[in-house]
Write a new protein. Structure first.
Length: 164
């Protein structure tokens, strides 16, 4: 007799995006390596030149903050990004914790942002630009699925530089 076991409610997927500053500094590999050290399984990744349509959909949650939306939109559009999906128990929280605080100057030692970025929100605001904090990570299961659906063709997770 076969017993069906329900998947753990803690098993989830999360979305990771290496931002243009990380790509220019060739830090995308360090981001992948740091996440893989957590034991999460990489479902796939690829490099993409960000289109206005994908960026606008990704930043939809910032529409109520038009200045922040525009700065981030300008930062992402027509730039190379690395999109990745990871899976595991508590994947969203594990990757969020590993990424560190949005403001790299406040990120705890050992986090991705503390290790790979020296920018601050104050400096970015003074210069009228987005924060160069190297990585975006989904902040909830729901947003992870929304972002995965923006950047990946449903169910297709490339394992290389080929676009989805």
């Amino acid at each position: 007799m076969t017993t069906l076991i329900a998947p753990s409610p803690l098993l989830e997927r999360t979305f990771v995006l290496a931002k243009p500053d990380a790509m220019r500094a060739k830090q995308w590999h360090a981001i992948l390596k740091a996440i893989e050290c957590t034991g999460l399984r990489r479902c796939g990744f690829y490099f993409i030149n960000a289109t206005p349509k994908k960026v606008a959909a990704h930043l939809e949650h910032l529409l109520f903050r038009p200045v922040i939306f525009q700065r981030n939109f300008d930062f992402y559009v027509d730039q190379q990004l690395m999109a990745a999906v990871y899976e595991g128990e508590n994947a969203v929280q594990i990757v969020r914790d590993l990424a560190g605080a949005t403001d790299p100057s406040l990120a705890l030692p050992g986090t991705i942002r503390a290790s790979l970025s020296t920018d601050t929100i104050a400096k970015a605001m003074a210069e009228g630009r987005a924060v160069f904090n190297v990585v975006h990570t989904a902040d909830s299961r729901e947003n992870a699925e929304r972002e995965i659906n923006i950047w990946f063709t449903r169910g297709v997770f490339p394992q290389n530089e080929q676009g989805a």
